[in-house]
Design a protein around this ligand. Structure first.
Ligand code: MLT
Length: 254
């Protein structure tokens, strides 16, 4: 059964959680893994992120869409450098805490955006937990409220998967059908307006690109206030494996 949570508050136990924050946390995470970062640590607060600072680590994130003081980068997928196997620590207001919250509630947690839409749909189609279990597509929303652009992406994924869907999934699909293009919906959203006002329109155009990145960010371990996401390349067997890191007190997710 495919369900959609319109905000983080509706998160519940599921076999698979698909977390969306298309503007911009899940887009930035997907791009970071494509650029060769070895892992992305999504931190639920600036303090949690700062605690992860260390060698071979880039600290990125936003508060009110702007880089926090002392951070190396903001949350733009367009400002990311090549990863060279380093760790990206990403603290964002809505997307990162949603991934952290999902880590405790689903045995498989993956991150979705438009950049990796096809990879996400393919992975879900062939994942045994999806076929037999409960899939919750989780929209991060904005400050506790529904974000149009996340619901749009949820609707696109739900429509592609088909099968048994809840009313919430059908509502998301109706939203997706209402817009002629991904760019239109991202540009029309409140979050899109904020980015435009901050002169970050290029991020909207970039995050609206569809299926240009063939990889699936997937939760590999979690600790208090942080979720570690690594790359699960499309085509590879998709198992609920977890790889706790020796240098952290992590909790596996298999
Ligand atoms: C968030 O997690 O709130 C967003 O990614 C905000 C942003 O666009 O920087």
């Amino acid at each position: 059964v495919i369900d959609v949570a319109f905000t983080r508050r509706e998160l519940r136990r599921a076999d698979v959680a698909v977390v969306i924050d298309v503007l911009r946390a899940t887009s930035t995470t997907t791009r970071a893994l494509e650029l060769g970062f070895g892992e992305v640590v999504l931190a639920e607060s600036v303090d949690h992120a700062t605690a992860w600072r260390g060698p071979a680590c880039v600290l990125a994130g936003e508060r009110n869409c702007v880089r926090p003081p002392g951070f190396d980068l903001g949350n733009s997928p367009l400002e990311l450098p090549d990863g060279h196997g380093r760790r990206l620590v990403l603290a964002t207001t809505n997307g990162a805490p949603t991934v952290v919250a999902a880590a405790g509630r689903a045995s498989v947690v993956v991150l979705a955006c438009l950049l990796n839409l096809e990879a996400v749909v393919d992975a879900l189609r062939y994942c045994p937990a999806t076929v037999r279990g409960e899939v919750q597509i989780v929209c991060s929303g904005t400050d506790g409220a529904v974000a149009l652009e996340d619901v749009y992406v949820a609707g696109r994924i739900s429509a592609e998967l088909g099968g048994e869907r809840t009313d919430a999934a059908l509502v998301a699909e109706a939203v997706a059908r209402a817009y002629p293009s991904a760019y239109d919906v991202l540009a029309a959203s409140a979050d899109g307006c904020v980015l435009r006002a901050l002169d970050m329109s290029q991020d909207i155009a970039y995050c609206a690109r569809e299926s240009t990145i063939d990889l699936l960010p997937r939760l590999s371990a979690a600790s208090s206030g942080a979720a570690i996401v690594t790359r699960d390349v499309a085509g590879e067997p998709r198992r609920a494996a977890s790889t706790p890191r020796p240098d952290r007190d992590t909790v596996g997710t298999s």
